[in-house]
Design a protein around this ligand. Structure first.
Ligand code: MUC
Ligand code: MG
Length: 373
């Protein structure tokens, strides 16, 4: 193959409205800010990636603005002039020169994969070794902050056959009120739906011990990140005592975190997020650690738009087992699209394109309209 060089890397901040406020323990989203990566190569091929987080710095160590700045000032210059066909060498170069920054690296790795797939005429899933499924079941997050509205939203999703797994964001309110809210929703939906909660680290161990027992005894299927990622011994104790399985989300900020959580027995399910591992290839390393340790898998999201969602999906369709399915609904939370053809959600599943690369093209006019000036 003749040498193709990376010619330019652009990080574009895009602000998009959400369909309603999305209430998490640490932040209420009124809109979502995407960081879109555009990587141009000397053969004229352009790769797309996305490095999106939630709530500025409320969720993790990187904000949209810091991601863009670090790509512009530090990471893009390391890639320009490098071989676009050698993703191992390109990512190694970034890892050697820059610690952490997994969100920024994830968008760049996605863009390299998208370009390579387009060049070879293969979907990204095939570059990652090949898919074992074409669709992924997708959960929906109920996070309006109102019990009645959440039940109506869930019933509508069941009726239109878009979602039958619901994740409830709790932890911002008083614990007994949160528990009543969750149990009311589970009772309204009954066996038609799987109901899970995400506490986003809001409880301490003393609260979590009691709350996890009540949730498990009331039919809640899964409890995501109930306590701080810092409290490792507390996570181990909760994992041993909770009647409902505990999933690690914020606890995983790298592939190495995944290894030490597995070694400590701190969770029985891992949320896989490309942004928190450093890309679609990096997240598969975390998946392999989990598989070897007997830890179940869930395909997580940072509420990315279509590009980040499909970059995640191409990795997840290669996995042997995704016992707890996925939550790749990010594009559905947005009122606007910046790609010409939105991902397809049908019959409870996200359908993953078989066209080259990620299977997406930018809508230039919409991108120009919504990009931050
Ligand atoms: C999180 O903590 O899991 C994923 C879905 C959602 O509603 O929030 C995100 C973040
Ligand atoms: Mg979570």
């Amino acid at each position: 193959m003749s040498q193709v060089l990376i010619e330019s890397v652009e990080a574009i901040i895009v602000d998009l409205p959400t369909i309603r406020p999305h209430k998490l323990a640490m932040h209420t989203m009124q809109n979502q800010t995407l960081v879109v990566i555009r990587l141009r190569c000397s053969d004229g091929i352009e790769g797309l990636g996305e490095s999106t987080t939630i709530g500025g710095l409320a969720y993790g160590n990187e904000s949209p603005e810091s991601i863009k700045q670090n790509i512009d000032s530090h990471l893009a210059p390391l890639l320009i002039g490098q071989d676009a066909n050698n993703i191992n060498a390109a990512m190694l170069r970034l890892d050697k020169a820059a610690k952490g920054n997994t969100f920024a690296k994830s968008g760049l790795e996605s863009a390299l994969l998208d370009a390579q797939g387009k060049r070879l005429g293969l979907p990204v899933s095939e570059l990652l070794g090949g898919r074992v499924r074409d669709g992924l079941e997708v959960a929906w997050t109920l996070a309006s902050g109102d019990t009645g509205k959440d039940i109506a939203e869930a019933e509508h999703m069941l009726e239109i056959r878009r979602h039958r797994i619901f994740k409830l964001k709790i932890g911002a309110g008083e614990v007994n009120r949160d528990l009543k809210h969750v149990i009311a929703i589970k009772q309204a939906l009954g066996d038609n739906a799987s109901v899970r909660v995400d506490v986003n680290q809001a409880w301490d161990e003393s609260v979590a011990l009691r709350a996890c027992r009540i949730l498990g005894d009331n039919g809640i299927d899964l409890i995501e990140q109930p306590i701080s990622r810092i409290n490792r011994s507390g996570q181990v104790r909760l994992n041993q005592r909770s009647p409902a399985p505990i999933m690690a989300d914020e606890s995983i900020e790298s592939v190495e975190d995944a290894f030490s959580l597995a070694a400590d027995g701190a969770a029985s399910i891992f949320a896989l997020k490309i942004a928190k591992n450093g890309g679609p290839r990096a997240v598969l390393r975390t998946a392999q650690i989990a598989e070897a340790a007997g830890i179940a898998l869930y395909g997580g999201t940072m509420l990315e738009g279509s590009i980040g969602t499909l970059a995640s999906a191409h990795a997840f369709v290669t996995l042997k087992q995704l016992t707890w399915h996925t939550e790749l609904f990010g594009p559905l939370l947005l009122t606007e699209e910046i790609v010409s053809e939105a991902p397809v959600y049908r019959d409870f599943q996200l359908h993953v394109p078989r066209t080259p690369g990620l299977g997406l093209a930018l809508d230039e006019e919409r991108l120009a309209f919504f990009r931050r000036k």
